[in-house]
Design a protein around this ligand. Structure first.
Ligand code: ADP
Ligand code: MG
Length: 701
């Protein structure tokens, strides 16, 4: 099985996207197909996706569209452009945003107005105006309706719209018929514009890929053509195009586009810089380390696109609901047309009411507003350095009741400094020799301290890292241990109490304690604020750490953490997490990923602090590119806000439609109101989904 991503170039209708997705999934060759309306992407998992897409020219009848395959060079690999031809189009929407459509609308509106003005004088003069206006405005819709009807699609919105307006003609409501068609076109026009705008707004925020790069010899090449090892020039004010290393120059870099952190960092020769960040002050020459397809800008874009494909449950629910919505409204319309008419004999009135129902029969606003709200939330997260891996986990985050945090790297900086060495330089040197292959923050700081003192290392004959405990190595046949009291206790060496707030690494050789290294770590400056924000959100907080009891309790107390669990091995962290889940409900775990991959994947939501290990970023559901603890409450708030907006949209759209229908039955039927309940509501839902992006302050950092 293979998954490939295709772009459906002119996918403009959310409801059609859902229908096409269902058709794809019904094909026996397809393992899974997901169409994301917001990104226009089709993710196809099948034995041979390319071959399948090729065959779709024949299946075109089933999926209602023709496809043409292009390999898209600019976007990432495994990504193809897949154009749907217009000539066989079944969706008039495709024209709705162009100039042509605006001209049609204006022309139709002019004739409509002429008809209205002439009507009081003579019907003979006004009727041709109405008919001409109707045909100009509705031709595409009528044509599409006819075509779809031949294929047996009775619940097609074009068909229902045609019935509604032709019906209005039949009951001699001429201005009504044309007016509805006109407002429908105008509504659709704005709806499409709003969708377009929202898509580009969000993509602008997340797509930081450069078009071209400036090589140091002055030539400009397409960004995708740059290879690792090329030298590129980045002027002040330019965005760093590709991940690279500074070869010459000095500057300050604004990493906010990637990490959301607003304090610029210095960059000079030898420093690694990430694509997407802004070069603020000096001219830099970079050596490209990663081509465009592997650089951070592409990884972020892909992560957002992937996230949009992980549809939340509410999205799937609405898609399923939409399938029944149209037939239900049509059935209601049929009832309203027939039953009261038989009783009252007032056929014209009740047919009119029924026709207004048909105008509202498209579930577009519903189907559209939920994925757009999630896409907007995902985009907003990415702008603040928070990468949600899927809409589904974002939805789960809105239910979180407890947050369990790793201590090192999450609540503390994770950059230890060696405070004290008892046993002398020999102990430090021996310890550094053991730690030289480890990536643990403790190891990194011990190595730094040893190098600073100019100590030499020896190469162990054997070395083994024990997660959550330390290192066991063999030098000249002697076993050396360096790690916490748990490690030493396991080898029969007991340790007396440690100092508060400090992390100790004990060094023993052949079962004899040689000395200890005391390390201090600083608490992140925003950790305390983050914890109190969580408490204000009524979320239980906990520390799950492998570090010693005393050091961990001290930090827990200082930050006001609800519960502290220390001296945990990676598997024990998972057990503790399960207990927390039993008492509090959904639990999110946040860690740097060193020694906590099992909890990350075992939690309801696993979050990795971006400074952490690659394995963690793989296993996590959310990645914080920033190292700020405040990202935790921010992410939870974005998730909660997104869920709220999605539900508000669903309820609002359904409520307006229901109210307009009820008003119709009560004797206040109006086709104008029905058109508003259709496209007007859709536009409002789109704007509401986008609101957090426009009102940037609505989610505080
Ligand atoms: P945390 O849960 O705080 O991230 P870890 O599970 O990574 O902690 O490690 C727990 C403890 O195990 C550390 O506090 C340290 O005492 C010990 N330890 C782990 N790795 C090492 C190492 N490479 N060298 C020395 N001690 C280590
Ligand atoms: Mg850790």
């Amino acid at each position: 099985m293979e998954q490939k991503v295709y772009t459906l170039a002119n996918l403009d209708c959310a409801n059609c996207a859902a229908k096409i997705e269902a058709k794809f999934n019904a094909l026996p060759e397809v393992e899974a197909a997901t169409i994301v309306f917001a990104t226009r992407q089709l993710r196809l998992t099948a034995e041979d996706p390319d071959g399948l897409i090729e065959k779709l020219t024949q299946i075109g009848r089933t999926v209602e569209r023709d496809f043409e395959i292009h390999t898209d060079a600019h976007t990432h690999h495994n990504h193809h452009e897949c154009h749907c031809h217009d000539h066989e189009h079944d969706h008039h929407h495709e024209h709705d945003t162009g100039w042509g459509s605006l001209v049609t609308i204006l022309l139709g509106a002019g004739l409509f107005l002429a008809g209205i003005l002439l009507q009081p004088l003579t019907l003979l003069a006004s009727l041709p105006c109405f008919i001409a206006a109707y045909l100009i405005l509705g031709w595409d819709i009528l044509k599409t309706a006819a075509k779809n009807l031949l294929r047996g699609h009775v619940f097609d919105e074009n068909f229902l719209m045609s019935i509604a307006t032709i019906g209005a003609f039949v009951i001699q409501e001429y201005p009504e018929a044309v007016g509805v068609m006109l407002f429908y076109r105008v509504g659709r026009y704005f709806e499409q514009r709003a969708v377009e705008r929202s898509r580009s707004q969000i993509m602008e925020a997340v797509d930081l890929r450069p078009e071209t790069v400036l090589l140091s010899d002055g030539t400009v090449i397409p960004a995708a053509a740059a290879k690792a090892g090329d030298l590129v020039q980045v002027r002040p004010g330019d965005r760093i195009p590709l991940d690279g290393t500074v070869i010459s120059g000095e500057s300050r870099i604004d990493t906010a586009p990637i990490t959301g952190e607003s304090v610029p960092v210095a960059a000079r020769q030898g420093d690694a810089v990430l694509s997407g960040c802004m070069n603020l002050s000096g001219l830099l020459t970079l050596r490209v380390e990663k081509p465009l397809s592997e650089s951070m800008v592409t990884r972020i874009l892909q992560s957002v696109e992937n996230a949009a494909a992980g549809k939340p449950k509410i999205d799937r629910f609405i898609t399923r609901f939409a399938k029944y919505y149209t037939p239900a409204v049509v059935a209601a319309a049929a009832l309203v047309a027939i039953v009261p008419s038989l009783i009252t004999g007032n056929w014209n009135y009740w047919v009119y009411t029924a026709l207004s129902f048909l105008v509202m029969s498209c579930p577009c606003a519903l189907v559209l507003s939920v994925p757009l709200a999630y896409f907007s939330g995902i985009g907003m997260g990415s702008k603040q350095g928070i990468l949600f891996k899927s809409g589904l986990t974002m939805e789960a985050m809105a239910n979180i009741k407890a947050v369990a945090m790793d201590k090192t790297g999450t609540l503390t900086e994770g950059s230890f400094t060696v405070r004290q060495v008892s046993g002398g330089d020999d102990v430090l040197s021996l310890c550094a020799s053991c730690e030289q292959f480890s990536t643990h923050p403790i190891a990194v700081s011990i190595l730094a301290a040893a190098k600073e003192r100019g100590l030499s290392f020896t190469k162990p004959e054997q070395v083994e890292e024990l997660a959550g405990q330390g290192i066991r190595a063999v030098f000249g046949g002697k076993t050396v241990l360096c790690g916490n009291e748990k490690l030493l206790a396991a080898h029969g060496i007991s340790i007396e109490a440690q100092r508060a707030g400090m992390t100790c690494v004990y060094v023993a050789e052949s079962g004899v304690l040689l000395g200890q290294i005391t390390l201090g770590d600083t608490i992140k400056n925003d950790a305390s604020e983050a914890v109190s924000q969580l408490h204000r959100m009524n979320i239980h907080t906990a520390i799950l750490t492998g570090d010693g009891e005393v050091a961990s309790q001290a930090i827990g107390k200082e930050l006001g953490i609800d519960s502290v669990y220390a001296r945990l091995l990676p598997e024990q962290k998972l057990e503790t997490l399960q207990q927390l889940r039993k008492t509090h409900g959904s639990v999110m775990f946040v860690g740097d990923g060193i020694n906590d991959a099992p909890v990350l994947s075992g939690a309801d939501v696993g979050a990795a602090m971006g400074s952490g290990a690659d394995a963690a970023i793989e296993a996590a559901d959310v990645v914080f590119m920033t190292s700020k603890t405040r990202a935790i409450p921010t992410a939870l708030r974005i998730a909660a806000q997104t869920r709220r907006i999605a539900w508000q949209n669903v309820i609002f759209a359904l409520a307006v439609k229901l109210i307009v229908m009820i008003l119709g039955v009560l004797g206040y039927a109006s086709m104008g109101a029905a058109v508003f309940a259709d496209s007007g509501v859709a536009v409002i839902c789109i704007l509401h989904a986008l609101a957090p992006l426009y009102l940037k302050k609505s989610v505080k950092k």
